[in-house]
Ligand binder design. Structure first.
Ligand code: IFM
Length: 451
């Protein structure tokens, strides 16, 4: 484990009011999929299809957080974090995605927020972390423009009920993943494979964000509101013209496709050209709604992308996580400096950063030195970006708990806390102890937030 002097020196590079937290999402941890009036989401249905999830599992039980949230928040508190990023399950609070609200579902989040408050933990909510109510999929899902209006109704209701207890609200988590993995490659729910449809979905996600932002602000003008994007720098594999062109367009599809409309009110011209007939229908009024001022941008960073037109030779001993993702902390600094250079950037929160490794429980211990190294290196890279002038306000580790990793089921563990699924026992990994110690160094050097 990392030594204390190194932690103290590192944490001193961050502002005293910097927010340190951990993140999760509803479908990945809550379980209780058929309790308290919750209806199916597109993920419940997707998991039932054969061959979609690596271990044929689902989020039916997951970490049983719905019943164990008090214990989980106690664990979270012992990590010395300031904040918890969680998501609200839309089909739990509005089973049909329109019409009646489910009071039992809202009660759960009411209790969760109270429990956070009692522990002095700031609540950062995400409204859409991929669990669309299934009944909305039957009317076209995110391909139907109507879904954007339903999302705004849901956003307004959450703001009305909980807005005074939230430190921030994010509309959509990772629209690229929803559009592309859900509707172009079909690896994620709802499992569609149609590029034109996927690009229209990406536009509707942004439009849904814009409508939700307007609805949130009508209810709670002072509640900080933003969106969370998965971003990576894209490096060409070689200096060949083809690889350079591919890197430019991959970056266009991943980063500029979302940030240009959000921050400039237009889609990037080169990407529209590249898409041709697959480009979405989008009116100037849509773009005006999408480009409303943001209180923050959330950035999820895990690795860089490499653009290769010819498959590169395998690199021996490449430092990769269990997901096969290259460990590349310098990419976080590069990404954030680039965003600041290219955009009128609002404050940034790193809303997710973390790594899956093959963790082994021995007795009561999980020695996850590789995860500790990953996290410490990324925190250093983040400090470098702040030194370079980027206004970063917070950092959240993905994830508090091992959980349901979508199409990989329970085969990948991202948690600071190990979950023994058969018994639902939680065990702090060495990385949890590292984070706790790192944040304790801040408390000792007088940098803790007044919570
Ligand atoms: O588990 C996911 C999370 O739901 C969204 N961002 C990436 C994580 C790791 O794959």
């Amino acid at each position: 484990m990392s030594d204390l002097p190194a932690s103290a020196e590192l944490i001193r590079r961050f502002p005293g009011d910097f927010t340190w937290g951990v993140a999760t999402s509803a479908y990945q941890i809550e379980g209780a999929a058929h309790e308290g009036g919750r209806a199916d989401s597109i993920w419940d249905e997707f998991c039932r299809r054969s061959g979609t999830i690596l271990d044929a599992s689902s989020g039916d039980v997951a970490c049983d957080h719905y019943h164990r949230y008090e214990q989980d928040l106690d664990l979270l508190r012992t990590l010395n974090v300031d904040a918890y990023r969680f998501s609200i399950s839309w089909p739990r609070v509005q089973p049909d995605g329109s019409g009646a609200w489910n009071e039992t579902g809202f009660d759960f989040y009411d209790r969760l927020l109270d429990a956070m408050h009692r522990r002095g933990i700031a609540a950062h909510a995400t409204l859409y972390h991929w669990d669309l109510p299934l009944s909305l999929q039957s009317t076209g899902g995110w391909h139907a423009r109507e879904t954007c209006a339903r999302f705004a109704d849901y956003a307004a209701e959450v703001a009305r009920r909980f807005g005074d207890r939230l430190a921030s609200v994010a509309t959509i988590n990772e629209p690229w993943v929803v559009a592309i993995l859900g509707h172009e490659s079909g690896r994620f729910a709802p499992g569609l494979r149609d590029r034109k449809l996927a690009m229209q979905v990406s536009h509707h996600l942004l439009l849904g964000h814009g409508l939700a932002l307007r609805a949130l602000r009508a209810e709670r003008p002072r509640l900080p509101a933003g969106i969370v994007l998965n971003l990576s720098p894209i490096h060409p594999a070689t200096d060949s013209a083809d690889d350079l062109a591919k890197a430019r367009i991959d970056d266009g599809l991943l980063t500029r496709w979302y940030l240009d409309p959000l921050l400039f009110g237009r889609y990037p011209a080169d990407v529209l050209d590249h898409l041709g007939a697959d480009a979405p229908l989008a009116s100037p009024e849509d773009l005006r709604l999408i480009a409303q001022p943001l209180d923050f941008i959330g950035v999820n960073y895990y690795t860089r992308g490499v653009a290769a037109t010819v498959p590169p030779a395998p690199v021996p001993d490449r430092n990769v996580t269990e997901m096969g993702w290259e460990v590349f902390p310098a990419g976080l600094t590069e990404l954030l400096l680039r965003l600041r250079a290219d955009y009128p950037l609002p404050p940034v929160y790193v809303m997710e950063n973390g790594a899956a490794y093959r963790d082994v429980l021995v007795g009561d211990r999980v020695e996850d030195a590789a995860r500790v190294a990953y996290l410490a290196a990324h925190v250093r890279a983040l400090a470098d970006a702040i030194d370079g002038g980027v206004d970063v306000r917070g950092y959240f580790i993905w994830s508090l708990l091992d959980n349901f990793e979508w199409a990989d089921g329970y085969t990948k563990r991202f948690g600071l806390v190990y979950v023994d699924y058969p018994t639902q026992r939680r065990i702090l990994k060495d990385s949890a102890l590292w984070y706790r110690q790192f944040l304790a160094a801040r408390a000792r050097s007088g940098q803790a937030r007044a919570s």
